[in-house]
Design a protein around this ligand. Structure first.
Ligand SMILES: C[S@@+](CC[C@H](N)C(=O)[O-])C[C@H]1O[C@@H](n2cnc3c(N)ncnc32)[C@H](O)[C@@H]1O
Length: 208
């Protein structure tokens, strides 16, 4: 069941940072983060769902002729995505929706994509179970996510800093998203480390 209090608190934080989100992301872009976005989207096929679209930074990388539906639970982040959609004349169908409780029928999508979302979703297992539910049996789940480092010193530092980061922007920097994917009933196909053991490209599929 969705924890409404926690969910509302994270949603409010994203509404608050929506205006400056793209500015906050600039350092990542300077480090070629966009090449990873592009790489992830090259694997998307068929009817595709993007969860946690944020301000729409992935829109330029959507495959040509793709049918994309995208959701976010922050109306202000979604409003920014709408502006980007209009600017780029993109076809994406934007919906205000919580990934922990989606309105889509079972087995709706061929591909589900998340980029830097499961550090944030209040109950990641619930969100990932929902993804497993709406993804078709032979569909793919593509995730570009940052996770807790396995290296003892760095991992401990991430644990130490996490309450501060979470308090400010609602993001967790010490989640074990690969294990969360497994715990939610998805099967890992491949995990590709992109930046040390912190930024990962996770490919998974439903166990149906
Ligand atoms: C760190 S931002 C990443 C945005 C975008 N994916 C990107 O790569 O730039 C996380 C996004 O996930 C959204 N989000 C977090 N929890 C969510 C939930 N339960 N349902 C839908 N969206 C959620 C936030 O509102 C925010 O827009």
């Amino acid at each position: 069941m969705v924890n409404k209090v926690h969910t509302e608190s994270v949603r409010r934080k994203y509404n608050r940072v929506a205006l400056i989100y793209d500015l906050m992301e600039t350092p990542m872009e300077l480090h070629s983060f966009n090449k990873y976005r592009k790489m992830v989207w090259q694997h998307a096929r068929g009817k595709t769902l993007e969860v946690g679209i944020g301000t729409g930074k992935n829109i330029p990388y959507y495959p040509v002729n793709a049918t994309v539906t995208a959701i976010d639970f922050s109306e202000r982040m979604l409003a920014r995505a709408k502006k980007r959609k209009e600017k780029l004349n993109a076809k994406v169908d934007l919906r205000l929706m919580d990934v922990q409780q989606m309105e889509f029928a079972d087995n709706t999508f061929d591909t589900v994509v998340s980029t830097c979302v499961f550090c944030t979703v209040p109950d990641p297992i619930l969100g990932l179970r929902e993804i497993a539910r709406v993804c078709k049996p032979y569909g793919r789940v593509l995730m570009l996510e940052h996770v807790r480092s396995c290296r003892p010193l760095i991992g401990s530092l991430m644990d130490l800093l996490n309450p501060i980061v979470h308090g400010l922007i609602g993001t967790n920097i010490n989640r074990d998203t690969v294990q969360n994917v497994r715990n939610a009933g998805l099967e890992i196909i491949k995990v590709t480390p992109l930046w040390s053991d912190i930024l990962l490209f996770i490919e998974a599929k439903p166990r149906k």
